[in-house]
Design a protein around this ligand. Sequence first.
Ligand SMILES: NC(=O)c1ccc[n+]([C@@H]2O[C@H](COP(=O)([O-])OP(=O)(O)OC[C@H]3O[C@@H](n4cnc5c(N)ncnc54)[C@H](O)[C@@H]3O)[C@@H](O)[C@H]2O)c1
Length: 348
Amino acid sequence: MTTEMNGLLIGCGFFSGNHLHGWADVEGARIAAVCDRDADRARGAAETFGIPAWHQDAAVLGSGAFDFVDICTTMDTHEALIAQAVDAGVPVIVQKPFAPDIETCLRIEAHARAAGVPVMVHENFRFQKIFRRLKEILDSGEIGETTFARLSWRNDIDVYSNQPYLLKTERFMIMDVGIHMLDLARFLMGDAADVTCLNQSVRPGLAGEDAATILLRHDSAATTIVDVSYAAHRHPNPFPQTLGEIEGRDGTVQILEGEILRIHSGGATRDEAIAADTRGWTSAPWTQIQDSVPRTEQHFVDALRSGAEFETSAQSSLQTYALAEAAYRSAASGRLIHIADLMKEVRP
Ligand SMILES: NC(=O)c1ccc[n+]([C@@H]2O[C@H](COP(=O)([O-])OP(=O)(O)OC[C@H]3O[C@@H](n4cnc5c(N)ncnc54)[C@H](O)[C@@H]3O)[C@@H](O)[C@H]2O)c1
């Protein structure tokens, strides 16, 4: 039997419960200690999840006790925390968004690469069961070469109660949900070369945008529309489903409400229901998101053990982040942004 890897989880706030439940479902790793600068949160998480130790200072990364760190804090803290882990030689999985801007992402990636410490961004949407199955269908060639995709996340879930910091976040919707969709677009359709975007601030009083419509041109010449909104009123509320379609030269796959893929190919149509797993700790409407968390964590552990590249390595995530950065630049300037030009400008 292989020994379990010992992890430190940093950040015991709103989303961390899903991480900690998730780690308990992961094979080959466990969380040996939690850390939050807020002592009540750290102690509370340790007690709730039966974790043997809790800390307030991430300097514990230097203790030699940890095989990896799971950073579940907001993006403004990622650079300093990842640097501490990298300097201690501790592999990292860090929540999205990677950092507040692309220059910071580049610094983080360069520092980790120079030290040879693996870093993965926790991008859980691509690990949702429905998108693993959709990717299999695309890879099978059933709908032929892909030409168009629409990935749509529109609902009016009250994110502001659980994540009040979002009210004051200037880069809000694209960083909060758009980045998941952009990662999905890369996963399903490949890298993109050009980006245009229009942003909207629908709910009064926000510091940033709560809706965005992004258009990508992929390297393959396919196009993707990513549209995201926290101000779209529908009953029943489709949260947290990503809906849309992918068209290929020989067929189409629709991503429909109820976690259904409708495949049109060879002159016929069939539905595949790809429901997320319900686990002892998951609860509607969050199940689809929650179930993807241990799947993401398992990928991290499996790749760490085998030495394989993470699907969403720091290096690969720079490409995703560049699309988000380009979306903001396009929305601000009204121009189409070429990713190659953007990267030339921001690389040191
Ligand atoms: N992937 C998803 O589906 C998903 C869903 C929700 C949130 N998130 C992401 O998860 C991250 C965390 O979000 P949240 O809502 O849980 O945030 P939160 O503010 O509720 O919790 C963050 C915690 O980190 C602690 N912290 C911050 N800096 C620290 C440091 N240097 N040392 C120790 N503790 C520190 C804070 O005290 C706080 O308790 C965000 O980046 C968010 O975008 C992802």
